[in-house]
Design a protein around this ligand. Structure first.
Ligand SMILES: [Ca+2]
Ligand SMILES: [Ca+2]
Length: 206
């Protein structure tokens, strides 16, 4: 084997190895986990986006939730809550943790201009999702896309308990009642909503 050939071989091997290392740090939408955005007027519910690459969790990635105009105007934002873009950085497990103060269920298939929320990690688009909250409806029982009017206060009240409760009791699937985004409505969804319902959590809207 001549020297120049060995040199060429070395360059080729390096070219094959370097991209693999680089790809490992690139968020892979198919390996990452992006549930529907979960929020509450109490800011009491944790929403987690998990960012994975080909070698597993990616730490220190910037996760951005970008709410569309259509979703942003329907959501009841608490005073002080940043929007329409909300950011967090992933931890060693690739998890970005959010505690968002807001109310309103947003089913992307029901709003006029989807997507509702685009989720990015280090500028790589991971997914398009909707929003779920124990504050699903207004005082008249209307959902956001039905023309709700939450008024000056985003609140979890008897109307929300009644609306969500009909699904929690029967386990009939409903987008807004599936708070943990596992595709089913069950006791774990009711448990997520329970503290906000029990304590009638609310916030002043911006
Ligand atoms: Ca409500
Ligand atoms: Ca569920």
């Amino acid at each position: 084997m001549g020297r120049s050939y060995r040199l060429l071989l070395g360059v080729l091997v390096a070219a094959m190895v370097v991209p693999a290392a680089v790809y490992a740090g690139i968020p892979d939408p198919s390996l990452s986990d992006v549930p529907n955005v979960l929020f509450s007027p109490g800011g009491d519910l944790e929403y987690i986006v998990t960012v994975n690459g080909s070698s597993g969790p990616i730490a220190n990635a910037t996760v951005e939730l970008q709410f569309s105009d259509g979703a942003d105007t329907l959501i009841a934002w608490c005073v002080g809550q940043t929007h329409p873009t909300i950011s967090a950085t992933t931890d060693a497990n690739g998890e970005a943790h959010f505690f968002i103060g807001a109310g309103g269920c947003i089913d992307p298939s029901q709003i006029s201009a989807p997507p509702a929320v685009e989720v990015f990690a280090n500028a790589v688009k991971l997914s398009e999702v909707g929003c779920v909250s124990p504050d699903a409806v207004d005082a008249s029982g209307l959902l956001p896309w039905q023309g709700w009017n939450p008024g000056a206060v985003a609140s979890v009240s008897a109307n929300d308990a009644a609306f969500l409760g009909q699904f929690f009791k029967t386990s009939v699937y409903d987008f807004c009642a599936d708070l943990n985004s596992d595709g089913a409505v069950a006791g774990d969804d009711a448990s997520l909503a329970a503290p906000a319902i029990k304590n009638s959590l609310s916030c002043t809207k911006e």
